[in-house]
Design a protein around this ligand. Sequence first.
Ligand SMILES: Nc1ncnc2c1ncn2[C@@H]1O[C@H](COP(=O)(O)OP(=O)(O)OP(=O)(O)O)[C@@H](O)[C@H]1O
Ligand SMILES: [Mg+2]
Length: 281
Amino acid sequence: MELVHRGKVRDVYADRDGELLLVATDRVSVYDVVLPTPIPDKGRILTALSLWWFDQLADVVPNHVISATDVPAEFAGQAIRCRRVDVVQVECIARGYLTGGGWKTYQQNGTAYGVPLPAGLVEGDRVPGGPIFTPTSKVAPEVGHDEPMTYDEVVTAVGADLAAQLRDATLALYAKASEIAEQRGVILADTKFEFGLTPDGELLVADEVCTPDSSRYWRLDDWKPGGTQQSMDKQYLRDWSDTLDWDHTAPGPRIPTDVVEGVRSRYIATYEQITGQSWNT
Ligand SMILES: Nc1ncnc2c1ncn2[C@@H]1O[C@H](COP(=O)(O)OP(=O)(O)OP(=O)(O)O)[C@@H](O)[C@H]1O
Ligand SMILES: [Mg+2]
């Protein structure tokens, strides 16, 4: 098999005609820099949780999954055989809560990435008026960082029809996923989707779905607007890295053992609470 792409987290192999093997490794990135310390089992947790979500959301938008079992033995549990698509170069983010970059821009100018919001909101509030679509450009790490895009910029980049499809699909997926999560006691505060087009123009959800790498997860019981929320996702690692004197360029810092375990246990807890299945290792 030919390695066609090494992403920050996934190794992507071309296999058979029109198919890819997406192998999630234990690598972790912060601010787009892969850190030198792996998180044990992360690749398998992300793969299992993505597969669970792909299944739950399949009736909302079709996805790229072909098989999680028809994969080489060496990648068992870490790989998804999927349909190769032309990935749309827009990261499609849905936000149901005010946090992270959206909270930052809200404090500056009353909008979450340009989407106007009423005054008086606090950090961690639910977005009044419902979840919002805040796309960003998908930029190769060698080139720079993903940048927020306005909806009009998405229209210019991909055309009005596809832009509307991306927005509607993102919000529909988020609506269903956040409802399912909430039934299980978890807030899906925001999440990122990647979409791709098949050779005959069908839009599929690709990449990973609603993992703690691509989403913010909070325990419903712990949710307390008015400050930073306790995260069950990668935010924990970002917060740790923010305590360091690090300029967000490579090489990234080594992760101490207790923080590795902090990430791992959060990812497992998220998997278990969402799926209702125990992580047996
Ligand atoms: N079905 C698919 N067909 C083609 N490419 C896909 C498909 N699903 C995911 N991808 C791509 O595979 C790569 C997965 O790797 P990973 O998630 O590690 O990348 P990343 O670090 O997030 O992004 P980058 O591509 O910038 O390295 C991404 O580039 C993603 O867009
Ligand atoms: Mg990715």
